[in-house]
Design a protein around this ligand. Structure first.
Ligand SMILES: Cc1cc2nc3c(=O)[nH]c(=O)nc-3n(C[C@H](O)[C@H](O)[C@H](O)COP(=O)(O)OP(=O)(O)OC[C@H]3O[C@@H](n4cnc5c(N)ncnc54)[C@H](O)[C@@H]3O)c2cc1C
Length: 500
């Protein structure tokens, strides 16, 4: 099994020749494309962290034969694994903002659960296909983009009802060697610098949508696969201290009659399982989103604390700034706690892997989707207007204006204008720039829009046991009105059913 480091990952991209366009130009070498550099750096961090001794416990998983692999390529076999994946995701995102790779982890976990279920119930053989694919991913330490979101066209119509039949990925041909797929997937994180894609259905399909019920894996350079990508982060922007180094590209992926061999097909036509697969992915992925945004929260807390000190209104002395810092911590650790609960209350599937508790992971993703805007607002309140008004890098570079800026925009004793501006830019980059907008929207919609979380929370919540408990209580209270005063201390369901 390979355990690549960051540089090896970058070099491995040279073995692929994907058809990608960015800002109107065809990309000739992904590994050397400056517009993708922040994204490649971010994924490289997921490889690099697995080689750092103090992070190995969370960044590495152990296969049954004792081999160590990157946790992002592993299934979870205990609640402890679920917790470590959450911690690893937080660590990755504290370094990179978004490291993409947990998406793949989540897709593999969902596929294990649902392919095993289909095999048991429908006598298919998809779980062995998945196990073969998992081995392939682990053997080469691959990074796979996870392509779930279809363009969807008219949201009020089902896939087969759309005017354009290709607005959801569909099977257009089947033969003894495999299938041919057509359509597109939108908003796919990190697409240009992935090795392969794992494609999952985005919603529950009905019988009429049977051609759209499909899941498979495909290399990024498969014939007929084309990507129209956005730059990753803010490459080469001198005023973007963070996102000139780390950020994610997203892409529209077009499948123009792409052939997929059967040994990479995980579902084809079993429309009854598409909703289960989409939901299983969401369970895993919403827990990962919690870890990811906690990493972002960590960065904003650190930068806001420093900014308050630079401003001479330090968070540990000024009461309203202390309150604001408390809010930042409450929000970040509050939604993170639901990720921990999702791990602790996780359960085992038919495939033997573990899935996070769906109510907890949905609630956490729902909380962070809305509260990310509060995080940004509070960081702005603590930091002041300089977050968006700092003079440009060009003006700072000129000696005559640079000196003035340094002199007039300094903070408390010993903090120069340059230092304060550096911190302000960091906060602007994460919260108020084009990249700040990216972090808002990825928090809101990435992993599903808030309504999806509301629906999943309610769908998976155990209302029955809550209702039963109340009815039981009322029965006991009714008895209390009679002679049996002991009932008040009785918490035994069995005894309470007896006559007093
Ligand atoms: C930065 C970023 C990165 C992403 N990365 C990935 C990725 O790597 N892989 C991936 O697969 N996806 C990815 N996504 C996509 C993400 O999962 C979707 O954005 C999300 O599921 C919402 O879908 P949508 O964007 O099409 O919005 P829409 O579905 O159009 O939602 C817009 C609004 O319409 C509502 N709505 C939609 N349909 C209906 C309906 N039928 N009835 C009533 N209301 C409806 C929604 O609730 C929402 O309020 C990413 C998104 C972002 C922003």
């Amino acid at each position: 099994m390979k355990l690549m480091n960051g540089m090896e990952y970058v070099e491995s991209l040279r073995e692929y020749n994907p058809d990608i366009q960015v800002k109107g130009k065809k990309v000739t070498s992904v590994a050397d494309e400056p517009l993708f550099k922040p994204g490649i750096n971010a994924v490289a961090v997921t490889y690099e962290l697995a080689h750092i001794d103090k992070h190995k416990d969370i960044m590495l998983a152990t296969l049954p034969d004792g081999t160590k692999i990157n946790r992002m390529n592993a299934l979870d076999f205990s609640t402890d694994d679920l917790l470590k994946k959450l911690e690893a995701t937080r660590l990755i995102c504290k370094w990179t903002g978004c490291g993409q790779r947990y998406l793949m982890h989540d897709a593999l976990g969902a596929l294990a659960e649902i392919t095993a279920m289909m095999d048991a119930e429908k006598k298919t053989d998809y779980f062995s296909v998945l196990k073969g694919y998992l081995h392939h991913v682990q053997k080469y330490d691959l990074t796979c983009g996870t392509a779930v979101t279809d363009p969807k066209g008219d949201r009020s119509k089902r896939p087969h009802e759309q005017e354009n039949p290709d607005l959801y990925v569909r099977v257009v041909e089947k033969n003894h060697k495999g299938i041919v797929v057509r359509g597109a997937k939108a908003n796919i994180t990190g697409a240009p610098y992935m090795h392969e894609f794992i494609v999952l259905p985005t919603r529950a399909m009905k019988k009429e949508d049977v051609d759209y019920a499909v899941s498979f894996a495909v290399p990024v350079d498969a014939p007929g696969l084309r990507m129209i990508a956005k730059p990753a982060g803010r490459p080469d922007d001198a005023e973007a201290p963070f996102s000139s180094n780390y950020g994610q590209s997203t892409a529209l992926i077009i499948f123009n009659d792409v052939f997929i061999p059967w040994d990479k097909v995980f579902l084809c036509g079993e429309w009854e399982y598409t909703g289960k697969l989409a939901e299983a992915f969401a369970n895993h992925h919403r827990q990962s989103c919690i870890g990811a945004r906690a990493g972002l929260g960590d960065m904003i807390i650190g930068a806001s604390a420093l900014m308050s000190e630079y401003n001479g209104a330090p968070h540990n002395e000024v009461s309203h700034i202390r309150r604001s810092m408390g809010e930042l911590i409450r929000i970040t650790e509050g939604f993170y706690a639901t990720g921990v609960a999702a791990a602790v209350y996780g359960h085992k599937t038919m495939a033997g892997n573990y899935v996070p508790d769906s109510v907890q992971s949905n609630i956490g993703k729902w909380m962070l989707a809305e509260q990310v805007y509060d995080i940004f607002r509070i960081a702005h309140e603590i930091s002041g207007g300089i977050v968006v008004t700092a003079p440009t890098a060009e003006d700072m570079a000129l000696p005559e204006s640079g000196d003035l800026i340094n002199r007039y925009l300094g903070g408390k004793h010993g903090v120069t204008g340059n230092e304060r501006i550096q911190m302000a830019r960091f906060i602007e980059d994460l919260t108020a720039s084009k990249e700040g907008g990216f972090y808002s929207v990825i928090s809101l919609h990435g992993g599903g829009s808030p309504e999806a979380m509301r629906m999943s929370t309610v769908r998976n919540y155990d209302f029955e046991s809550q209702k039963e408990h109340i009815l039981h209580k009322l029965k006991c209270f009714a008895k209390l009105e009679g002679t049996c005063k002991d009932c008040v201390t009785c918490v035994n369901d069995e005894l309470c059913e007896q006559e007093c």
